[in-house]
Design a protein around this ligand. Structure first.
Ligand SMILES: *Cc1c(COP(=O)(O)O)cnc(C)c1O
Length: 395
């Protein structure tokens, strides 16, 4: 059976939990997606931008120095850090921006916390000549001045959100309101496999190219499928992007969440490891919530993993036992950040460093004839000042 079903359900997870007034917009999007996803013209145009603009396919690189250092399994890196913009996010924003254009929209809106999704949306909108407005909490704008400026350079308009806690969840509310008021002209571009159906399906569709390339590349290099694939999990888009192609195979799939200051501390973003079922932002999934259903504040040194929800498909796969989940703390991620930089000359995003840490631990336990693929979701240039501060280095 292929999931989600026609209601966007992954058995008990997923679905479309949205106010009645938003349903026409969601249904129009669903029709547009179903029509264009199979359309040869759409696929050709998307293929063009992915190759010529985003730089796909990305390499599958054998991390020989790291593997030798670990002294166990061979570790490969799927180099999503080499995608234009520095992370996998552009695969999705290009896909949705092109869909919006085909559907006759002139404008895309997005919300952003740390700014990474906002930047990826601004890039895609500029490339496809769409207007772009990005909702951002004023607290986040203050913390992420560089990304605000980047978006501005690429002609996106930032709309400061001063309601509530002035952060991501307030920006999401404002973006929803905008979509409702302007659905004729506007597409709401969500950045991970979260939100109401069809978003979890659609974002997976635009990210699964990661796994499709990986399959061919590992067969070319090793002649067999890998033993494990490891990916970090914020909302879950880079993870499902590489996992989806291997769901039916005997390949261990491991999702690594943000352990923050340790699960016991309560300051983390480990939704699959420590969350319970509930509804957030239009979908039913695992959440970090208290016993009254109030959403808890998540925490991670990696901004992209700092989210109290997770994609419904990953909740389903974890519950079914097809996906292993674990968490890595801030300190461990910092260790892996330094290790990969030193051994391979590749500075990973702090998010990706979570996956690298786990792959090293796993690799130590396995024999040399085993292989592990790490989805290196992004590059770490954006993180160097945070890392310097955490290590007590004054720049
Ligand atoms: C945004 C981001 C993530 C987390 O998002 P997912 O949807 O879980 O993939 C991970 N890594 C990088 C580099 C990111 O920018």
């Amino acid at each position: 059976m292929s999931l989600p079903d026609e209601h966007g359900k992954f058995i008990e997870y997923g679905g479309k939990f949205a106010p009645e007034v938003l349903m026409p917009a969601i249904e129009e999007l669903e029709r547009g997606f179903r029509r264009y996803v199979k359309d040869p013209g759409f696929r050709r145009d998307l293929g063009y931008y992915l190759e010529e603009f985003a730089g796909r396919p990305t390499p599958l690189y054998y991390a020989e120095n790291l593997s030798k250092k670990v002294g166990g399994a061979k570790i490969y890196l799927k180099r999503e850090d080499l995608v234009h913009g520095g992370a996998h996010k552009l695969n999705n924003t290009l896909g949705q921006a092109l869909l919006a254009k085909k559907m006759g929209k002139e404008r895309v809106i997005a919300e952003t916390g740390a700014g990474q999704h906002g930047v990826a949306t601004a890039i895609a909108a500029a490339a496809l000549d769409l207007d772009c407005e990005v909702y951002m909490g004023t607290d986040d704008m203050e913390r992420q001045k560089l990304n605000v400026f980047r978006m501005d350079l690429m002609n996106a308009e930032i709309i400061p959100v001063e309601s509530g806690s002035c952060t991501l969840k307030d920006a999401i509310n404002e973006a929803m309101r905008d979509w409702l008021a302007n659905v004729e002209t506007t597409h709401y571009l969500i950045g991970s496999i979260v939100g109401p159906h069809p978003y979890p399906l659609m974002v997976r569709e635009f990210q699964r190219i990661i796994g499709e390339e990986t399959r061919k590349q590992i067969i070319d290099k090793e002649g067999v499928l890998p033993d494990y694939i490891v990916a970090c999990v914020g909302g879950g888009s880079n993870a499902i992007g590489i996992f989806h192609e291997f769901l039916g195979d005997e390949v261990g799939l491991v999702g690594v969440e943000a352990g923050g200051r340790g699960i016991e501390s309560g300051e983390h973003g480990a939704t699959l490891c420590a969350g319970t079922s509930g509804v957030l932002h239009g979908t039913c999934s695992k959440l970090l919530q208290d016993r009254y259903g109030q959403i808890k504040i998540s925490y991670s040194i990696a901004a992209g993993l700092d989210y109290p929800g997770v994609g419904p498909e990953l909740s389903y796969l974890a519950e079914k036992g097809r996906l292993e989940v674990t968490s890595v703390t801030d300190d461990e991620a910092l260790e892996a950040f330094k290790l990969l930089s030193r051994e391979e000359g590749i500075v990973p995003a702090l998010e990706s460093a979570h996956a690298v840490y786990h792959a090293v631990e796993l690799g130590e336990e396995l024999d040399e004839d085993k292989t592990i693929i790490v989805n290196l979701s992004g590059r770490g240039d954006k993180d160097v000042s945070v890392v310097a501060e955490a290590l007590g280095v004054k720049l």
